[in-house]
Design a protein around this ligand. Sequence first.
Ligand SMILES: NC(=O)C1=CN([C@@H]2O[C@H](COP(=O)(O)OP(=O)(O)OC[C@H]3O[C@@H](n4cnc5c(N)ncnc54)[C@H](OP(=O)(O)O)[C@@H]3O)[C@@H](O)[C@H]2O)C=CC1
Ligand SMILES: N[C@@H](CC=O)C(=O)O
Ligand code: NA
Length: 370
Amino acid sequence: MSRTPVINVAVVGVGLVGSEFISQLLSIQSSPFQLVSLTSSSRTVFTPSSPIRSNDSWKDILAKSTEKPNFEILTKNLSSLVSSTSRVAVIDNTSSDEVAGHYPAWLEAGINVITPNKKAYSGELGLYERIIRASKATGAKFLNESTVGAGLPVISTLKELVATGDKIKKIEGVFSGTMSYIFNEFSTGSSDGPSFSSVVKVAREKGYTEPHPADDLNGFDVARKLTILSRTVSLSGSSVTTSLPPLQSFKSVQTASLIPPPLEGVPTGDEFISRLPEFDAEFDEKRKQASKNNKVLRFVGVVDAEKGEVKAALEEYPADHPFATSLGGSDNIIMFHTERYSPRPLIIQGAGAGAAVTAMGVLGDLLKLT
Ligand SMILES: NC(=O)C1=CN([C@@H]2O[C@H](COP(=O)(O)OP(=O)(O)OC[C@H]3O[C@@H](n4cnc5c(N)ncnc54)[C@H](OP(=O)(O)O)[C@@H]3O)[C@@H](O)[C@H]2O)C=CC1
Ligand SMILES: N[C@@H](CC=O)C(=O)O
Ligand code: NA
């Protein structure tokens, strides 16, 4: 009788999402997964002979390790576990470019890569192409559902639309949990309300923002998500034609930043948050102007496959538009306008940031390996 292969899991990055992922992973009953390695930015453990089973002990185990992270050694160690009865998945829960740079090597070694980290899929096109080539060569999977809309089924839906021959016309929506929360709270249609900086501070405390909130407010996080969606269409290998160019990187997206120029390049998130109140009056003025037009402010992204255009900007929407009426908290809303879903789009909506929903999307990808 053939045995179900064990899937050895190595977690890199044990912050907000990483810790929650471990907790969800270790709660699975009769699990096919073995947690064999943990890596933080300062320590690592590799323990295949005694996999980590308890949510109470992993922090201690990692804290007691004297091993420093070394991705070449980790790759060798994990490669040694790949066999016909044992598979391996690296879960990258960092936002690190360095870690993302290792995906091709992992995939070439037959190691599956699962991540909410947007860096590899929205960075230089060359890295993305190496990832696709390596995955095709070995059959190891790269899965990235939580890179767009956190746990919402955005990437899987788009892949299925494309794979079944639908033609994507336009994808538009609110793609940032942070921006959604900020403008749902800040711009309700009224001409006044809480200060912009106070709302950003709370978004950070709720765990919606990137490690540095400027990475959300400069629009780059949305630009990265739009790049991932655009590439999922343009590089899918589908026979359905699209005018979308394969974007060279997220920097090719037309993006309107919300960072006040004097705060460009502020090195830490803490300093950024402490200086943001200096610019509250400017944001207050934008809110007043929108309210005068009976509109609200929303930060939206568009991938227009017919015009070949990808852009992200703060826009005014009428107070009765779905972007104004149906969003709350960190909700994302994503509308797919396709040949089949026309004239009414396919709409996906729900929490688009936060540890629990993001980790769920990551674990959902891992379960796809079984
Ligand atoms: N939070 C959310 O709602 C969502 C997050 N994501 C993505 O999930 C990822 C994680 O986000 P989140 O958990 O919120 O961020 P955190 O900052 O809480 O966690 C990131 C962790 O990665 C660690 N890290 C950084 N570099 C390395 C490295 N080279 N090796 C090992 N560990 C490293 C950091 O360690 P240290 O602190 O020691 O530097 C930190 O603990 C990001 O890519 C983010 O974009 C996606 C969707 C939603
Ligand atoms: N900072 C991001 C987190 C998810 O990608 C967001 O706010 O959407
Ligand atoms: Na998703």
